[in-house]
Design a binder for this molecule. Sequence first.
Ligand code: F6R
Length: 242
Amino acid sequence: MKILVGKNYDRVSEMTANIIATKVKEKPDAVLGLATGGTPKGVYKRLIAMYNDKKIDFSKVKTFNLDEYYGLSSNHPQSYAYYMKTNFFDYINIKEENAHIPDGLAQDIDEECHRYEQAIKDCGGIDLQLLGIGHNGHIGFNEPDDALHTSTHLVNLHEKTISANSRFFGKDEEVPRQAITMGIGSIFGADEIVLIASGEDKAEIIAKMINGQLSSKLPASMLQIHKSLTIIIDEPIQKHLY
Ligand code: F6R
């Protein structure tokens, strides 16, 4: 496990975008695992700027998003498909068929989860997985639980996650209660993982994930034993770590 520290959110975003850009330069048909949420927005902005400066080409890149709300169509403004389009995909030259996100309207959930796992395998697996972390230690939507799922599955979201997400929805009742998420095994299968966090409100959970025991009650702790994990944090988090 490698820990890198950037001065602030912008620097964390820049460092992360540079890692992704280096990967795509080395391997133009790289398979990237992508996250949504507030934290990666700065990374996507940097990557778009690099694309505009002709420093990165996404024409052969394939992507797999971690998760999608169950029950939301891809053009619902709060769906993760919509987030990816409006924060990233619409501004780069990725081919639509190469950008994968679980189908939030899938009728047959088991089939959709199986299809998603198979699509990752058919692309040769994920080269680089970008992750954020929830305040309760969730990664993707793998919530703290007595046991963790290995592969893509339907999950009931925790109250804490629902209320954290409610800021994006009009009324609390509109916040989806379920999501389709890659499992811990799907995430672990990535050759390289980069987890990013910014702001002192994430300090406690980062300290626990780095120093705590491996536990399904803190899904991100499992990453401690991944063969290539880089955690990129900012100084407000670092101050609380040591
Ligand atoms: C979203 C995802 C989530 C977020 C996490 C942190 O695709 O995988 O696990 O990374 O909820 O979200 P932010 O960055 O908004 O704090």
